[in-house]
Design a protein around this ligand. Structure first.
Ligand code: ATP
Ligand code: ATP
Length: 220
């Protein structure tokens, strides 16, 4: 029987990462229960989040009392203490929480979290570090990689493609990428049509393999 918490999310550990997750979920309209064992941390965020409680989340009994068994999704955002993070994930798995998200700080930590019952393991320092490195060395303004070899990127419109309807340029034959959307200066992103004419300052959304998208970005 789905209870009222079914659609809520509990976040355990309110360091920088846990706080940003909690705050973003709240901004998205989700009801967040935030848990931290440190009373000063609880105090600090109590007027910014609707529900912040103090508890040691390695303690199954405490989790039960907080009603964590009713939550469909729980995020374990503890990073520095691998032991605490693993014990909390284990406790949540034993309570039967359907969807456990856990933060890892190393590859080995990720493997252990997976082994004790985490359904999704995220590695924010590695993911953000890798992402920033890509943005520094490439000309992409933003990008998402899917699987091994597919990417969508935001890039400036290369000069060679400006001034003519893009339907006349055969972009995908020449460059391998598909231009999905374009943002003309001062406007919003729109899907492109063969009639779209790019101008200086246009920004594009392109998709293709990672190397095609990178090569296309290099032309700008
Ligand atoms: P960040 O990098 O996100 O700032 P951090 O690595 O500096 O985090 P952590 O040690 O990961 O800090 O702790 C994050 C929060 O988790 C802290 O506020 C800490 O009090 C809390 N925490 C640690 N262990 C437990 C536990 N067993 N139960 C509840 N909260 C915990
Ligand atoms: P992370 O969250 O990425 O693990 P952190 O918050 O734990 O980082 P920081 O205090 O940000 O750690 O320090 C990151 C690194 O930067 C450390 O190795 C530190 O020695 C180094 N560092 C700090 N200050 C300076 C400085 N003034 N010059 C050069 N290196 C520095």
């Amino acid at each position: 029987r789905p209870g009222p918490e079914e659609s809520g999310v509990a976040v355990i550990g309110l360091g920088r990462f846990g706080w940003h997750v909690s705050q973003s979920l709240t901004a998205l309209g989700y009801d967040v229960l935030a848990v931290d064992e440190n009373p000063r941390i609880v105090q600090r965020w109590s007027d910014q989040l609707s529900r912040v409680v103090q508890a040691d989340a390695t303690d199954e009994k405490a989790l039960r009392q907080l009603g964590l068994t009713d939550f469909g999704r729980v995020v374990v955002a503890i990073g520095a203490s691998v032991e605490a993070s693993v014990l909390v994930v284990l406790a949540l798995a034993e309570l039967g929480v359907p969807e456990i998200w856990a933060r890892a700080t190393s590859e080995k930590h990720a493997k252990i979290l997976d082994a004790v019952g985490a359904d999704h393991v995220v590695f924010p320092e590695a993911a953000t570090g890798e992402r920033v490195a890509h943005l520094i060395v490439s000309k992409m303004l933003d990008f998402i990689e899917f699987d091994e070899d597919f990417a969508i990127a935001k890039v400036r419109a290369p000069q060679a493609l400006q001034g003519r309807p893009i339907g006349e340029i055969a972009i995908s034959d020449r460059y391998g990428v598909v231009v999905v959307g374009a943002k003309q200066p001062g406007q919003k992103f729109r899907y492109t049509s063969p009639d779209t004419v790019l101008v200086p300052g246009s920004v594009l959304i392109v998709e293709g393999t990672i190397s095609q998208v990178q090569r296309f970005a290099e032309m700008t």
